[in-house]
Design a protein around this ligand. Structure first.
Ligand code: FES
Length: 601
């Protein structure tokens, strides 16, 4: 007898025999379920929610690992549950491995689709002796008839190619119309596409979107090549301030990377960059300015003023974007020198601005933006959390790539861990470092100040103590993977900055951490972390886990919303206007709060 098992939200389905565990079924279906202990029932990380169907009764092991509330909501440990009928299983984000969380992020958006560019197919009668209208009039008359538009204008680059294309394509094609302007002319049936880009200090994320359906056709990430000129925003500003040539180098590097990303997305989905008629770009204020070639000197000096805060719209070709030559690029508004369009996009997509109750939002990256929605106010700040969560400045740190330890647990018999792609361990990505520090803190190997005590796996080196997580050769790895005292210090700095930001916003609103109804965690790193580890080290307030929601790249999602909906785009101006910004470098509370928040408690 076999049963059908559906895994949500990935949409994977397979048939398995009676009595097979959910974990085995997930593995067979190619669902990346976190299972650090390999199915022994000891790590408690393979939590899934059984939505429909019959399964084996709750085991003692599960009763120990799950809370009463989780049990009431149908949560089970996938490795302990036998399948006894057709089943529908929901996998929460924290139980998915890194690679598959990215897939979930690509899910579709649910707003009415009202893009700024609409496509119109034209099939025109060829000219005759009696019909000697110009090529442009011929197209224009068709648009007036079909779309009811008058007073149309045409982008000059479109006009330059129009006559040739009309003849090549036998008097047909698809026109992209933006307001009253014709911005593209492509072969018939090639619908207008949009490009949404999140310019992060370390990474770029791009999405190719069908403007008619709102569907995301492809998504991809890339490293920000500006990293070669400085790791964080301040270093980039300092480099750009060296002269015009250096500023141009930074601009060309990032514009080139966005063009590569657009080409890559088009290749993935069998499209052409000329079909992209509109781009929405978000990023922190420095990235925004460097992308546009705006001066950044004033951003690097108190009081850190941006050149402008309003949304900006210009022809994509003016900034060097290689999309449809008549297409536009829209940059969402920014809030302040250190809180940019990415924050506005994050507030838009998470709907924090409309939330009831007290909601805290965090977009964790090299700079972490924090927003608090409380008593009808929206208060934001930005805090320099550094690149440790990207794996930088960590001895065996690495990006979230194959072989990176992404989940880890220290047990009596040793260290249990899970790597990306199940490859032999080569290092630690941000979520792995966070788990390691939390585990060592819980075991008492690391104290409140971050000092490392004794343990059979702790060895003393000339650079200080380090904990051997995986010894060379233990699991097919060529070298030791360790966590050093210095690594713990880097995490203390990063988490201290984030927690200080949270505490100052709460203080500003006259609230305490207990008043927070929901915590929304955005950003690639924030999506992959184990929230309970972040609570253990004091990065997040100690609230019940069900109050936390991990939402992936919310800035990228906001950029996509602004691409497919005029209404959503209009809301960004309102959000930017409403946010009350606190500049932490001027704030008398910051030094104290930061010093306190560095402790691991
Ligand atoms: S408890 Fe299920 S895999 Fe660890």
């Amino acid at each position: 007898m076999s049963y059908q098992v559906d895994f949500e939200p990935l949409g994977r389905r397979l048939r398995v025999g009676r009595g097979v565990s959910i974990l085995t079924a997930a593995q067979q279906a190619g669902v990346g379920l976190v299972s650090i202990c390999g199915g022994k029932g000891t790590c408690g990380r393979c939590k899934v929610q059984v939505l429909e169907g019959q399964v084996s009764p709750l085991s003692e092991t599960e009763a120990k690992k799950l809370t009463t509330d989780e049990i009431a909501r149908g949560y089970r440990l996938a490795c302990q549950v036998e399948i006894l009928s057709d089943l529908k299983v929901h996998i929460p984000p924290q139980s998915l491995t890194a690679a598959q969380r990215t897939q979930v992020e690509g899910q579709e958006l649910t707003v009415p689709i009202v893009p700024v560019v609409v496509g119109c197919d034209v099939r025109l009668p060829p000219p005759t002796r009696k019909d000697i209208r110009s090529d442009l009039d011929r197209v224009g008359d068709h648009l007036i008839e079909t779309l009811g538009l008058s007073d149309l204008t045409v982008d000059f680059t479109v006009l330059r190619q129009l006559s040739t294309h009309l003849r090549e394509w036998e008097w047909s094609g698809t026109v992209g119309v933006r307001g009253r302007e014709v911005v593209s002319f492509n072969p018939l049936g090639r619908k207008p596409l949009g490009l949404a880009v999140d310019l992060g200090t370390t990474k770029l994320a791009g999405y190719l979107v069908d403007l008619e359906t709102g569907q995301t056709l492809a998504m991809a990430g890339a490293m920000n090549p500006q990293i070669a000129y400085g790791e964080d925003v301040m270093a980039r500003i300092a480099y750009a301030m060296q002269g015009e040539e250096q500023a141009a180098t930074l601009r060309e590097a990032v514009v080139g990377a966005v063009n590569d990303l657009a080409r890559n997305l088009c290749t993935q989905s069998s499209h052409h960059p000329e079909e992209i008629v509109e781009a929405v770009v978000v990023g922190n204020t420095a990235m925004h300015h460097l992308f546009l070639g705006l001066p950044v000197r004033q951003l690097g000096l108190a009081p850190y003023l941006p050149a402008l805060t309003d949304a900006l719209e210009l022809k994509a070709r003016e900034v060097g974007l290689e999309i449809a030559p008549g297409g536009y690029v829209h940059l969402l508004p920014i809030i302040a020198g250190f809180v940019g369009a990415d924050h506005v996009a994050m507030i838009l997509s998470t709907e924090i601005y409309e939330a009831e109750g007290t909601v805290l939002g965090l977009d964790i990256g090299t700079n972490t933006e924090v927003v608090l929605r409380a008593n009808g106010r929206l208060i934001s700040c930005s805090t320099a959390s550094g690149p440790a969560f990207e794996g930088a400045h960590i001895k065996d740190g690495m990006r979230a790539a194959e072989g990176a330890i992404e989940r880890l647990r220290i047990v009596a018999s040793g260290v249990e861990y899970q790597t990306i792609g199940d490859a032999p361990p080569v290092g630690l990505c941000g979520s792995g470092v966070l788990d390691a520090v939390a585990q060592l803190r819980q075991l008492g190997v690391v104290d409140e100040r971050g000092s490392m005590g004794d343990h059979p796996r702790v060895r003393r080196t000339e650079h200080g103590p380090e904990f051997v997580l995986v010894a060379a050769g233990e699991d097919g790895n060529g070298r030791d993977v360790v966590l050093t005292r210095g690594d713990v210090g880097e995490i203390q700095l990063a988490k201290g900055a984030i927690r200080a930001g949270i505490n100052i916003l709460l203080d500003e609103a006259g609230l305490s951490e207990r008043d927070i109804d929901e915590v929304i965690i955005a950003g690639a790193f924030g999506t992959y972390i184990d929230v309970s580890s972040a609570i253990v080290i004091g990065m997040f307030p100690p609230l019940p886990l069900e109050r936390f929601r991990q939402v992936g790249n919310a800035a990228g999602m906001g950029a996509r919303l602004a691409l497919i909906s005029k209404q959503q785009r209009a809301k960004t101006a309102e959000i930017a206007r409403r946010v009350e910004y606190i500049e932490l470098t001027n704030d008398s509370r910051f030094v104290d709060e930061f010093a306190k928040a560095m402790y691991l408690k």
